[in-house]
Design a protein around this ligand. Structure first.
Ligand code: TYD
Ligand code: MG
Length: 483
């Protein structure tokens, strides 16, 4: 008989140590190690007793594959993030802070699928059935044929589900409350979360049900419990929002069946989450776009254009090393833009504290945002507003040149649609080569745009940062030089 070896597992990072110690070597957490029987867990029993394995057939890459059927919820913003609907047999992990609206989103998704006459099961480990039902009634979804239960034991859940038809969608809210009797640990610990997730993943793979696991998020934004759960599931989706605001961003962090650069936008209303039809308008609305230090960036999020406001503040600093802080923007890129503005255009920023903020809680990762960030900086330091009704995009090179970016046309069209009249753009030679994958996916974006007539917006070409400073802050340039 195989020897059962005890090992100690860190409850915060999942690292395994051979003996107990006060501090985890891997993540540095104190008192986080808990004893775990090594031979316990799913599959362990088979491993102990099995002398002979089952023979299976190997296949080759040539075998024709059916296109993956998708289960579309009809909630476009959700389907966009999952890559066109849920894949049967896949497991998704939905993470987000408490109160952000995970349960609300999922009950709405369940109702949408139930309306298509699919069997959906919602297991709540946190709330009583009445609470879930009350929420559904508040959302006017009381009539939806969703099967509810408040359960936490995985074996019971799976046994119950094996009765009757296999559900198309199973929601587990949340994975941290689930436990299995296969392991001897408290619910919520790494060991339990991992074992429970494993059992549910196996259920999904064997039955073809789509399983969504809700995951709590720790203070620093990580999905609590073992990172291994993130590796085990097919997709990790995070639901985010900015404190005090009503809109929410759904973002795929990992997706085995789709892209990870798409975002879904929702607004929390008195009657649940509503899809945001015109995201650009949302991110720009109600703000003073003419204040100095504000530039509008015509960006691309996934496969759709999105206008975002970039705000900069450059204030004279009394510190020996001025502060540089960014929200939603890469701080290394900001440092580069500052250096290029100083050396190539003579804009003195060395004695300024600099803050850069992407409004609305969005994260901008496109290099195409460089020009808008630079324009906002120049505008802030000179105190002059940018020309009315203008948008910006373009990548800044170390030489000070503005380099072309992909998808100029959809960016211009979106800006024109929202009433912008002027754009400062790079001299668009050839569109730079995107990676193959993103090019084929976003090719439609350009094709769609080309099919229509040219947008009614004046596109002024900006060749380098010096000409940016000249055109954007023409009256202010002398001051900059003098200061
Ligand atoms: P919930 O889905 O319970 O969040 P999570 O499961 O992520 O913890 O959402 C709770 C919050 O959403 C709560 O603060 C109230 C708010 N809310 C609305 O504003 N409108 C609604 O229709 C619903 C159902 C909730
Ligand atoms: Mg909840």
């Amino acid at each position: 008989m195989a020897k059962t070896r005890a090992s100690f597992v860190c409850q915060s990072c999942g690292a395994v140590a051979p003996r107990w110690q006060g501090r985890c070597d891997a993540c540095g957490a104190w008192n986080s190690l808990a004893e775990e029987g090594f031979a316990s867990g799913i599959g362990a029993r088979a491993a102990l007793g099995a002398a002979k394995g089952r023979i299976f057939t190997l296949s080759d890459l040539d075998t024709p594959t059916e296109p993956m059927p998708r289960l579309t919820s009809g909630i476009d913003e959700l389907d966009r993030v999952t890559g066109g609907g849920f894949v049967p047999g896949s497991v998704l992990l939905l993470g987000g802070e408490p109160g952000i609206g995970k349960s609300t989103l999922l009950i709405q998704a369940c109702a949408a699928l139930a309306r298509q006459r699919r069997r959906v099961v919602y297991i709540s480990g946190e709330e009583a059935v009445d609470q879930v039902r009350l929420r559904a009634q508040r959302l006017a979804l009381g009539a939806a044929a969703i099967e509810l239960a408040a359960e936490t034991k995985v074996e019971d859940i799976i046994a119950t589900l094996h009765q009757g038809a296999c559900p198309a969608l199973l929601v587990i809210d949340s994975i941290q409350t689930m436990w299995t009797e296969l392991v001897d640990a408290v619910p919520g610990t790494v060991t339990q979360v991992r074992a429970a997730a494993q059992a549910l993943i196996r259920y999904a793979k064997t039955t073809g049900a789509t399983v969504i696991l809700v995951g709590h998020v720790t203070k620093d934004g990580q999905i609590a419990g073992p990172r291994v759960v993130e590796h085990m599931v097919d997709a990790v989706i995070s639901f985010e929002g900015e404190g005090g605001r009503d809109f929410r961003i759904l973002r795929a962090l990992k997706n085995r069946f789709g892209p990870t650069d798409e975002i879904g936008l929702f607004e929390m209303t008195g009657r649940g989450l509503a899809e945001v039809g015109n995201p650009s308008a949302l991110f720009l609305s109600g703000r003073d776009l003419e204040a100095p230090g504000t530039a509008v960036f015509a960006g691309i999020e996934g496969t759709r254009p999105l206008l975002v406001e970039i705000q900069a503040l450059a204030a004279p600093s009394s510190l020996p090393t001025p502060r540089r802080a960014t929200v939603g923007f890469d701080s290394n890129r900001l440092a580069m833009i500052i250096a290029v503005l100083e050396t190539r255009a003579g804009v003195r920023l060395g004695q300024h504290d600099i803050y850069l903020n992407v409004a609305g809680g969005l994260k901008v990762s496109e290099p195409a945002a460089d020009l808008a960030a630079a324009a906002a900086l120049v505008s802030s330091v000179t105190g002059h507003s940018l020309p009315k009704g203008s948008v910006f995009f373009g990548e800044i090179g170390l030489s000070g040149q503005i380099r072309p970016v992909a998808h100029s046309l959809p960016r211009l069209k979106e800006a024109a649609k929202l009433g912008f009249t002027r754009a400062l753009v790079p001299a668009s030679a050839q569109e730079p080569q995107d990676s193959n994958e993103s090019r084929s996916r976003t090719a439609d974006l350009d094709r769609e745009s080309q099919a229509d007539t040219a947008p009614e917006i004046r596109a002024d070409i900006c060749t380098d940062v010096a000409s940016l400073v000249a055109t954007v802050a023409a009256p202010a340039r002398r001051e900059v030089r003098r200061g």
